[in-house]
Design a protein. Structure first.
Length: 146
């Protein structure tokens, strides 16, 4: 297995589990966050980059109590519309979030940490495979006098 294959497998599994967590925790309103979850290999194919809608951070990590900006209020109003919640409740919901915060879901953090904890083993297996290949090449070179 090549490093590229290892990283692709890792990225695919993290995204698959993150999407599964969003479904299981019923955190899909428009589907925009769900559809935006992606990964790609860096140009040198040595690591992964993950991408999602910016508000995904707040769904994953939660929010401390405190004032909500105008932009945040607009986003909250859009979410309420998608969920079919009457806009007359905006003030009440906004106040509750300002007072209590927003509980984190860790929909992305949990799979990311699970798979990256196992990444050391995957990379060790990859490196050991390379070393075995080098040992085989050395033996073959000795046999044929290279």
């Amino acid at each position: 297995m090549t490093l590229e294959e290892v990283l692709n497998s890792l990225g695919t599994n993290i995204i698959k589990d993150a999407k599964s967590n969003l479904r299981r925790k019923k955190k899909i309103a428009s589907g925009k966050l769900y559809d935006s979850l992606k990964y790609k290999l860096t140009d040198d194919k040595s690591s992964l980059e993950f991408d999602m809608e910016p508000y995904g951070y707040w769904i994953d990590q939660g929010r401390r109590k405190g004032p909500i900006s105008r932009e945040g209020s607009k986003s909250l109003a859009k979410w309420m519309k998608l969920k079919g919640i009457d806009s007359k409740y905006l003030f009440v919901i906004k106040r509750a979030i300002e007072r209590r915060g927003w509980k984190p879901t860790y929909f992305f953090t949990i799979p990311y940490e699970q798979y990256t904890d196992n990444m050391d083993k995957l990379i060790d297996d990859y490196v050991n495979g390379l070393l075995e290949g080098l040992d085989d090449a050395s033996i073959e070179a000795e046999m044929y006098g290279y």
